[in-house]
Design a protein around this ligand. Structure first.
Ligand SMILES: Nc1nc2c(c(=O)[nH]1)N[C@H]1C(S)=C(S)[C@@H](COP(=O)(O)O)O[C@H]1N2
Ligand SMILES: [Mo]
Length: 243
């Protein structure tokens, strides 16, 4: 990753660096410190959480234009779907060498991670430090053996809610398909049995009630993304509306 030569340092680049490891990140920070020179970058260094099991980062970071609340709000379009453990499946298809479907039990047998992360709704509220439990999205990418030409995934939820993200964004440590929240089963109103969690992006990218994942070469615009909201949706960059 090139840093020193570019005077326009992207916040997301800095955040990516916090994943590498703290010592290297500190060295890089010193190297670019004069260039960046902002209190914020020092804050990122201290706030990053890098661990073996708890893979969350930036769990206490309040982005520009956001206010903190103490409980996740319940926010969605339409009804809360019924969950039947016997018939529920997660289907993975599109540009993959191995398409498959998992039932709930098979899903729960995949390697589990816990990640503590903040959640930011584009309407302004943020709930810091949510303890999500589930599988990393990239576990699904590995299982599916994603084709070389795939660049994006469309996440398809109950009642036709969709969102899409780049495979790069979906490969981060803290991007989960979550079935647990704060030491309990993920409640239906928060997307149970299974939701996507993408902490870096505004909440509309964290689709609740996920049923299908489709890998694509071109990006398909999601529900809110085709209604005036930003497709990149970077919460730390105040990136709220379509340009
Ligand atoms: N299926 C589905 N997922 C959704 C939504 C929705 O309307 N339908 N709303 C999104 C928005 S805008 C936000 S802020 C979060 C809210 O998650 P919460 O209700 O668990 O706080 O869910 C996201 N995921
Ligand atoms: Mo939202």
């Amino acid at each position: 990753m090139e840093v020193g030569s570019n005077s326009k340092i992207n916040l997301e680049t800095l955040i990516d660096l916090s994943k590498v490891n703290r010592r290297r990140f500190l060295k890089v920070l010193i190297g670019i410190g004069a260039l960046v020179g902002s209190a914020a970058s020092i804050g990122y260094y201290f706030m990053g959480t890098v661990g073996k099991k708890v893979v969350g980062e930036m769990a206490q970071m309040l982005p520009p234009g956001q206010y903190a609340i103490d409980r996740l709000r319940v926010l969605h379009e339409g009804p809360i779907p019924e969950f039947d453990e016997k018939t529920w499946t997660l289907e993975v298809y599109g540009l993959v060498k191995n398409s498959f479907a998992l039932n709930y039990e098979e899903l729960k047998n995949l390697p589990e991670v816990t990640s503590i992360s903040a959640f930011h709704c584009v309407t302004g509220w943020s709930k810091l430090e949510n303890k999500w439990k589930g599988i990393q999205f990239r576990t699904i990418m590995e299982m599916a053996n994603v084709s070389e030409n795939a660049q994006f995934a469309t996440i398809e939820s109950e009642y036709d809610y969709t969102t899409s993200l780049t495979l790069k964004d979906l490969s981060r440590d803290d991007v989960l398909l979550a079935y647990g929240l704060d030491d309990e089963e993920l409640p239906p109103q928060h997307g149970g049995p299974l939701r996507l969690v993408v902490p870096q992006k505004y909440g509309y990218k964290s689709a609740k009630w996920v049923r299908k994942i489709k890998f694509t070469e071109k990006q398909e615009l999601g529900y809110w993304e085709s209604r005036g909201y930003s497709n990149t949706a970077s919460a730390l960059l105040d990136d709220r509306y379509a340009k």
